[in-house]
Design a protein around this ligand. Structure first.
Ligand code: PMT
Length: 332
């Protein structure tokens, strides 16, 4: 059971331990491949979106995290632990944010659902097409509309420079990328949103104590020590991009504890909203928990995405947040 420390006593100690844990996580993690490449892409994406806006204060960029992270058990990884998440929430939300004029940095787990193609089943993908005259290929009549809509919407978003996709697999890659994105988004101030739908691993094997080669089953039962992944939400919120609007998620399988846990996360990490969802009903309804209310959001129809009303509500809250910030600044 997580506990909330409301007293100021011992806060410095907790901060101290936290920053040591965070520092040692990043110091010992294998360096992110493509760091320079991602960093360049981010710089360009953010500056293009600044230029596209009427003025710097109206730039709206959201970092959507999506999919589960893995924890490798060997450095030359054959086996790993995984966290459940299909990436559907992140991919769907990305589409609605873009539709509302937000540019999206989509931080996603390789191989999970992607914006615009989430409804085109991977396993049946080839059935969407058929050979036509000579060497040509055409979209089957039965799938014509969905394929054309997906292709058109994806290309429109990409051409307008509203979608940047950055992939991760392991918890090491995810947290390094999140840090890079957060530091790059600091300049956007209150126009930035972090929408943290990824299911991040809670425990990991530190890189320097991890076996290098494939662990041999001939060695008998496997003893392995996993340590907690440092909770980076506070660092993200307070240090890396302190003016942004923060939305995190809480997933539980026991509805009895869900709202309580969401409330605790809201207070403990200073989130602006926590979206509480239960595993089996997550595509039908969620509860948005804020400091003064809990709002249940349901899809109206079986064919509708719950993300449609969810993103509408969150954008409204984000706009109020920006207004409050601007009013606050006007009186400084
Ligand atoms: O992908 P789908 O199949 O559509 O499912 C969507 C979902 C159920 C995965 C999604 O809606 C959801 O609930 N995601 C969060 C899952 C979760 O329980 O996360 P968590 O309790 O491990 O973390 C809570 C929050 O802290 C999350 O927003 C997470 O991104 C963030 N976190 C967690 C650990 C960590 N070290 N750093 C973090 O920032």
């Amino acid at each position: 059971m997580e506990s909330v420390n409301n007293s100021m006593d011992g806060c410095d100690d907790i901060q101290g331990v936290l920053s040591t844990e965070v520092k040692s996580f990043f110091d010992s993690a294998p360096p992110l491949k493509d760091y320079d490449h991602f960093s360049e892409k981010l710089k360009l994406f953010i500056s293009q979106n600044f230029q596209r806006s009427e003025n710097q204060n109206s730039t709206r960029i959201v970092c959507v995290t999506s999919g589960g992270t893995t924890v490798p058990l060997e450095q030359r990884c054959v086996r790993y632990l995984d966290n459940f998440s299909s990436g559907h929430r992140g991919a769907t939300s990305t589409e609605y944010f873009i539709k509302s004029g937000y540019a999206v940095i989509f931080l996603y787990r390789r191989g999970t659902c992607q914006p615009y193609s989430r409804n085109l089943g991977e396993e049946t993908f080839l059935e969407y097409f058929e050979p036509s005259k000579g060497t040509e290929i055409q979209v089957r009549q039965s799938h014509d509309e969905e394929v054309k809509n997906a292709v058109r919407d994806y290309h429109t978003a990409a051409e307008k420079g509203m979608l940047l996709k950055l992939p991760f697999t392991t918890i090491f890659e995810y947290l390094q990328l999140l840090k890079l994105v957060a530091l790059s988004m600091k300049c956007i101030g209150s126009g930035g949103i972090f929408y943290l739908a990824a299911a991040a691993s809670d425990f990991f094997v530190p890189w320097d104590s991890m076996a290098e080669h494939k662990i041999q089953s001939s060695g008998g039962p496997l003893d392995m020590r996993l340590i907690p992944v440092p909770k980076l939400l506070s660092v993200l919120r307070n240090e890396w991009a302190p003016s942004a609007f923060y939305i995190s998620f809480k997933l539980e399988t026991d509805s009895e504890i869900l709202l309580n846990k969401a409330d605790m996360a809201l207070k403990k990490y200073g989130m602006h909203a926590v979206v509480a969802n239960e595993l089996t009903t997550r595509k039908e309804e969620v509860v948005v928990v804020t400091s003064n209310k809990k709002i249940t959001v349901r899809r109206c129809h079986q064919d509708e995405d719950v993300e449609k009303p969810l993103i509408e509500l969150l954008i409204m809250q984000h706009s109020q947040y920006i207004q409050q910030k601007q009013l606050g600044n006007a009186y400084l």
